[in-house]
Design a protein around this ligand. Structure first.
Ligand code: GTP
Ligand code: MG
Length: 368
């Protein structure tokens, strides 16, 4: 079987050769631009960079092609919404208000299992909410190159106004080029001053619609459940303009939202599928973890067999607990999954040994 040079693979993937070389270094492979990669390495490398490639054997020459989604295969997917804002401005309360006003009759009174993400449905349209603690998770995911959020809800308490973390959140959303919808919260409070919030927002380039700008601001009260419906409608409106689409008929790829070790189930991870459909029995990779998906449950703890674009699911069957923000994707078989993760585990070992050395040195320094 043939090989492909770093340069050629880069151009097939529409990436810079330098990016590939850097990623190869992360895998512990020193490479130059003209280096020939065997199909296996090329597949692993591409997968690491979120690109699925197909190896075609043609006259003993491997031709590697990226699986490009045909525009005609793309269908609408629900928007993924992250709630951000300053401490105590009511992010969790708002998410709770949305969730409780939209539980189905059958679920009322039942126990809602908490996973870090959930979907609500209004008028037959779904919205995925990421129940992440503030914008820290948003930042760490973005640092890893995972763009999971389509729309940011910026919660600003009407009695407190713009605060340092509000500004941070605005900057994060702007850097990620994610549209911002303002939820001016706590309007039930006597000292609430929504107009002041709007005034302050203008200092950050966010001019509300009624003042001639294009920023949507909805006055809400998470406590009195005021205008929650209106906020959801605005989310759907913005989502429609964004034309969010994905191909559900391809191997799944997504992002780990959170993960932990469960006493009974072993490693469990909440995964947000961004494209493709995840099925029970699929072999997946996430960071140093891999495995055949044994079981999946939705946010209500119900067993599901498949999860399509924008759907959050908790998966079981991984070999270890992956880190939040780690890309998650389905690969052809366990052999490839093991190859990818063993390369990563090797790199991790090197990193860890470096840290151990550093610790030893500093301890010795102490006792010198
Ligand atoms: P952190 O997660 O700590 O950053 O806070 P948060 O933004 O999630 O705020 P949280 O929802 O925990 O609310 C903080 C406080 O504000 C709580 O005491 C809530 O009861 C209160 N609160 C939230 N929303 C409203 C509201 O609409 N009106 C009133 N009066 N109080 C609210
Ligand atoms: Mg909170």
């Amino acid at each position: 079987q043939g090989s492909i040079s770093v340069q050629d693979l880069a151009s097939k993937m529409s990436r810079k050769a330098g990016e590939l070389i850097k990623q190869l270094m992360n895998l512990g492979v020193m490479a130059t631009i003209n280096q020939e990669l065997d199909p296996e390495t090329a597949t692993i490398l591409a997968a690491e960079m979120g690109v699925t490639v197909e190896v075609k054997a043609e006259k003993s020459l491997a031709v590697i092609e990226e699986i490009q989604d045909d525009p005609k295969d793309l269908v609408f997917r629900p928007p993924v919404v992250t709630v951000m804002g300053h401490v105590d401005h009511g992010k969790t309360s708002l998410l709770d208000a949305i969730r409780t006003t939209h539980v189905t009759a059958s679920e009322a009174g039942g126990i809602t299992q908490h996973i870090g993400a959930y979907q609500v449905e209004i008028n037959g349209q779904k919205i995925t909410f990421l129940d992440t603690p503030g914008h820290e998770a948003f930042t760490s995911m973005r640092a890893r190159g995972a763009q999971v959020t389509d729309i940011a809800i910026l919660v600003v308490a009407a009695d407190d106004g713009i605060m340092p973390q509000t500004v941070e959140a605005i900057n994060h959303a702007k850097a990620a080029e994610v549209p911002i919808i303002i939820a001016i919260n706590k309007i039930d409070k006597e000292n609430a001053d929504p107009e002041k919030v709007k005034q302050e927002l203008t200092e950050y380039g966010l001019v509300v619609e009624e003042w001639g700008g294009d920023t949507i601001a909805v006055p809400v009260s998470a406590k009195s459940k005021l205008n929650i419906e209106q906020l959801l409608e605005m989310i759907l409106l913005v989502a429609e303009l964004r034309d969010l689409k994905a191909n559900p008929n391809r191997p799944a790829a997504g992002t780990v939202i959170e993960a932990e070790l469960d006493k009974g189930k072993g490693p469990i991870a909440t995964v947000l599928v961004s494209k493709g459909t995840l099925n029970i029995g699929d072999v997946a990779v996430a960071g140093c973890a891999y495995g055949r998906i044994k079981a999946m449950v939705d946010e209500k703890g119900r067993r599901v067999k498949k999860a399509g674009p924008s759907m959050p699911v908790e998966v079981q069957g991984l070999s270890e607990v992956p880190e939040a923000g780690e890309p998650f994707y389905v690969v052809a078989d366990e052999k490839l999954a093991r190859q990818i993760t063993s390369a990563r585990i090797a790199v991790r070992k090197v990193e860890e040994s470096k840290q151990n050395v550093a610790v030893k040195v500093s301890l010795e320094d102490l006792f010198d």
